[in-house]
Design a protein around this ligand. Structure first.
Ligand SMILES: [Fe+2]
Ligand SMILES: [Fe+2]
Length: 159
């Protein structure tokens, strides 16, 4: 990755609260930290290609799954539409504003809170939101190689 990319994300990437995500399992064999870094890099590249704001795309990608707790460790029973897949985008957006307020603007907030489109049906408003939601889907395709884990992602089975 180019130096400019790391200059953009460095303050967030090195922050202890973000570093904690190295211990949060997100998908199979992948921490939230690794997943968010991959999504951020791809969002940055897509944004550059389509002439969107690549700096904002990199930040939104990095914080798109900055939710509070490791979802795979939760034993809480929730109604279907209150499960992680439906709620974590808004949670990540609130948490990003709490920890990194000076890096968040309206477009980054839109990209984080709507990255689960179309599962969360509100339509993303900005170019960078589409960069992040597409990057997230491409990076998350890896779960297709783990069919035994699918029921967990569909909320049909606990870990
Ligand atoms: Fe997500
Ligand atoms: Fe994600």
């Amino acid at each position: 990755m180019d130096k400019t990319y790391f200059e953009i994300v460095k303050p967030i990437l090195l922050h202890p609260e973000f570093q904690r995500r190295k211990k949060f399992m997100h998908h199979e064999n992948e921490s939230v930290y690794d997943h968010c870094l991959s999504v951020s890099i791809l969002s940055y590249k897509i944004a550059k290609k389509i002439g969107a704001n690549e700096k904002d795309a990199a930040i939104a990608g990095l914080l798109h799954d900055f939710y509070l707790n490791p979802w795979q460790e939760s034993n809480k029973k929730s109604p279907f539409f209150k499960q992680h897949g439906f709620t974590h985008a808004k949670e990540a957006s609130h948490n990003a504003k709490k920890w990194f307020p000076k890096y968040i603007n309206e477009e980054i907030e839109d990209a984080i809170s709507k990255h689960m489109f179309p599962l969360n049906p509100s339509l993303p408003k900005c170019k960078i939101s589409y960069c992040v939601t597409i990057a997230d889907k491409i990076i998350s395709c890896k779960v297709l190689f783990y069919p035994l884990a699918w029921p967990k992602y569909l909320g049909l089975k606990k870990v």
